[in-house]
Design a protein. Structure first.
Length: 323
């Protein structure tokens, strides 16, 4: 079987060569092609039976007649989700669940940083400014409410952690299905987003990127939030209307934001988000840990064994839902 591995990008989002070699050692019966640029990917996709990648879009799918299964090393599959993919018999799986712990810890970290003004303290430190009076408006998290938009594995993990800090948790799901997490005391369906926004002290965006969620949070939604509230986005940048968010943050519609994802990445140096004092910018790194690639390859290897044996694969994507 020909297996195409094509996971490349910046230094962080590039599968180490050692991990590809490990796959070759585990599965000597298969041929692995490690394609590390678009030209190599296009050249190899036609012979692939299986692919570990996030990059087979509508342009490459028609020239991949042998392809039967694509495993995404990420949770999101938006770059590959198009009408041709939806109509094709190719099975698409993702790596949902691998990111849970690092993202949940990131959310807790930036929430505490916003509440305790740690981002402002770091900026003051860089300028040797002793700004004690200006730091007096700290917030405690106990008794405050986090509203989680998109209550999958990440939302559930965050809920458990912030509940341990004494926060109350509201959860919004697309279907409004019952939420069984003991950390959640209020559950909403997608049509009840305004209620969740109005009651929350912290709003976490952890919903999947789909046509329905594009532009989910903009000026209107931000103006439903408390002026003292924070927005945290660890999902995808396209869920938030970035220009509107920057304008509303600048005029104090909400108290602050922690953003790990953006409409275009890297974030343009001209973006006002870099310079707003009430914003924490991180470069789409909330999902990563030193163990990430080992875990991603282990997950793919387990699914590959299932594929060989004709067993159901784990994390099959619902192509209609987009996740």
């Amino acid at each position: 079987m020909n297996i195409l591995v094509s996971v490349f990008g910046d230094r962080v989002w590039t599968l180490p060569v050692e991990e590809v070699d490990r796959l070759r050692a585990i599965f000597p019966q298969h041929h692995f092609t490690d394609a590390r640029d678009p030209d190599a990917l296009a050249a190899a996709v036609g012979e692939a039976d299986v692919a570990l990648t996030t990059r087979i879009g509508a342009d490459l799918l028609p020239i991949a007649p042998r392809l039967r299964w694509i495993q995404s090393p990420a949770a999101g599959v938006g770059l590959m989700m198009n009408p041709k993919m939806r109509e094709s018999p190719v099975v698409l799986t993702n790596s949902r669940g691998l990111h849970v712990d690092p993202i949940a810890e990131h959310v807790v970290g930036v929430t505490i940083a916003l509440a305790r003004h740690l981002h402002a303290a770091v900026r003051n430190q860089a300028q040797a400014v002793w700004a004690k009076p200006a730091m007096a408006s700290f917030k405690t998290l106990r008794g405050r409410r986090m509203g989680i938009v998109g209550f999958g594995a990440i939302g559930s993990a965050v809920a458990a952690r912030v509940a341990g800090l004494g926060m109350l948790v509201s959860a919004l799901t697309r279907t409004g299905r019952p939420v069984t997490s003991p950390a959640v005391d209020r559950a909403y369906s997608a049509g009840q987003l305004p209620e969740l926004l109005a009651e929350s002290d912290v709003v976490l965006i952890s919903a999947p990127s789909t046509p329905e969620t594009a532009g989910l949070i903009g000026r209107r939604e931000l103006r439903l939030m408390k002026r003292t509230a924070f927005l945290v986005n660890v999902s995808r940048g396209r869920l938030v209307r970035e220009a509107e968010l920057a304008e509303e943050l600048a005029c104090g519609t909400i108290a602050g934001a922690a953003l790990d994802v953006f409409e275009r990445e890297p974030l343009d140096a001209a973006s006002p988000l870099w310079r707003l004092p009430n914003v924490i910018v991180t470069p789409h790194t909330s999902a990563f840990s030193p163990e990430y690639w080992t875990a991603a390859v282990d997950f793919f290897a387990d699914n590959l064994r299932r594929f060989e044996a004709g067993l159901p694969l784990v994390n099959v994507v619902d192509k209609e839902a987009g996740y």
